[in-house]
Design a protein around this ligand. Structure first.
Ligand code: GDP
Length: 369
């Protein structure tokens, strides 16, 4: 018999080799009738609207045209990696359509967080990025928090619009989509593949009861995030599973902190002061003297200074040093994409340096919390 070449759900070309790429389905599923890709199969079964991934260029190409449509855009970002997961240039593509910024994984912040202050901080950051937001919702897909507000905002802003959901990989988009499906479409009625009209490559249209659609776009891969760089085994060490416990270090100049074998912070110059590390609790922090740091790393990387373990060390690019001058009186974070941030509490000013694999995004920003 002739084998199907295209998914009868979304129309994408089928393939059985690359799980994380568009059109994947397991070999055995080729015998199903109708033949649909794994993603459509999952959506059909309400389990997991797992997204495929693309790079930013492909993504923006997919998105071009949204500006002329009547759309509501939900941009979902990861609070733990805000700058690393924010889609820069999004505003250009959405035109005058409203954007809801869903800030996910808020369960990771300490319980004492001042949420109003945080929301203002987000607003400020978005403004600097040139992104106009109709609404900023702090939420946690994992704890099911903030979703009521998010759904309210969607209801208020949706009108006659289709809802586009956009975000980087690993921000929690699948969970959100599933929640939207269950709130907006009729669960009693089975979604058959015939209800998925052919779509443009890589996006999946999920029909809602009122004739509009949720459009699930692929997750964008941002190569500067630690979560994209480390091997699977090390992912659990960088991505916190529990609320962050800020670790305060009182340091003198000439002291260094290692974050496992993934990064290093040097207090190069300045008066004695405290630095607060917001990183995953599973990552061990080692304090040492700056003058000894290079040799300590040479001697102990992959062992005492791990992850990554010795077998995976060489899969990461070599380290690069980034130096920053923190001005007197400024409260700043030294942010490392996907690894966390170090809050500089001192009102005294300091010269500091961050060492991370080449390509990892590092920057200073006004303190988030
Ligand atoms: P997607 O790639 O954007 O579709 O994201 P997933 O829904 O697959 O989630 C990516 C990772 O983030 C998984 O390890 C999830 O367990 C985790 N995750 C998703 N939502 C949350 C959340 O609200 N809080 C925390 N702490 N983790 C989350």
């Amino acid at each position: 018999t002739q084998r199907a070449e295209k998914c009868s759900g979304c129309g994408i070309k089928l393939q059985t080799e690359h799980k994380d790429q568009p059109g994947y389905l397991p070999e055995v599923a080729l015998d199903r009738d109708p033949v649909i890709c794994q993603r459509c199969f999952r959506i059909k079964n309400y389990n997991e609207a797992s997204s495929v991934s693309v790079n930013q260029d492909e993504f923006l190409r997919l998105l071009s045209g949204v500006g002329e449509k009547n759309a509501l855009v939900i941009h979902i970002v990861d609070i733990f990696d805000f700058e690393g997961s924010l889609i820069s240039g999004l505003q250009r593509f959405v035109g005058n359509n409203p954007v809801i910024l869903a800030v996910n994984k808020c369960d990771l912040l300490p319980k004492v967080t001042n949420w109003n202050k945080l929301r203002n901080w987000m607003q400020q950051r978005c403004k600097e990025e040139g992104l106009r937001t109709a609404e900023i919702v702090l939420c946690s897909a994992k704890r099911n928090q903030g979703f009521d507000r998010l759904l309210e905002a969607v209801t208020e802003l949706r009108g006659e619009r289709d809802v586009y959901v956009v975000g980087a990989t690993n921000v929690g988009k699948s969970t959100l989509i599933n929640r939207l499906i269950s709130d907006y479409s009729d669960l009693e009625q089975e979604l058959t593949t015939s209800r998925y009209p052919g779509t443009t490559l890589d996006t999946v249209k999920i029909p809602l009861d009122d004739g509009h659609y949720i459009i699930d776009t692929p997750g964008i891969v941002y190569p500067w995030r630690y979560s994209e760089l480390v091997e699977r085994q090390d992912l659990d060490a960088v991505m916190p599973a529990n609320p962050l416990k800020p670790a305060v270090y009182q340091l003198n100049e000439g002291q260094t902190l290692f974050f496992g074998g993934l990064g290093r912070f040097d207090f190069v110059q300045g008066p004695h002061q405290s630095f607060t590390c917001f990183i995953s609790g599973t990552l061990k922090i080692h304090r040492t003297k700056l003058e000894r740091a290079d040799s300590l790393y040479e001697d102990h990387r992959g062992e005492m200074l791990s992850p990554p373990g010795s077998d995976r060390m060489d899969k990461l690019p070599p380290w690069q040093r980034h130096e920053f001058r923190i001005n007197k009186g400024s409260r700043s974070d030294l942010y490392i994409s996907g690894l966390g941030w170090i809050k500089v509490n001192g009102i005294e000013g300091a010269v500091v340096a961050i060492h991370v694999p080449r390509g990892v995004k590092v920057l200073t920003r006004p303190s988030m919390i």
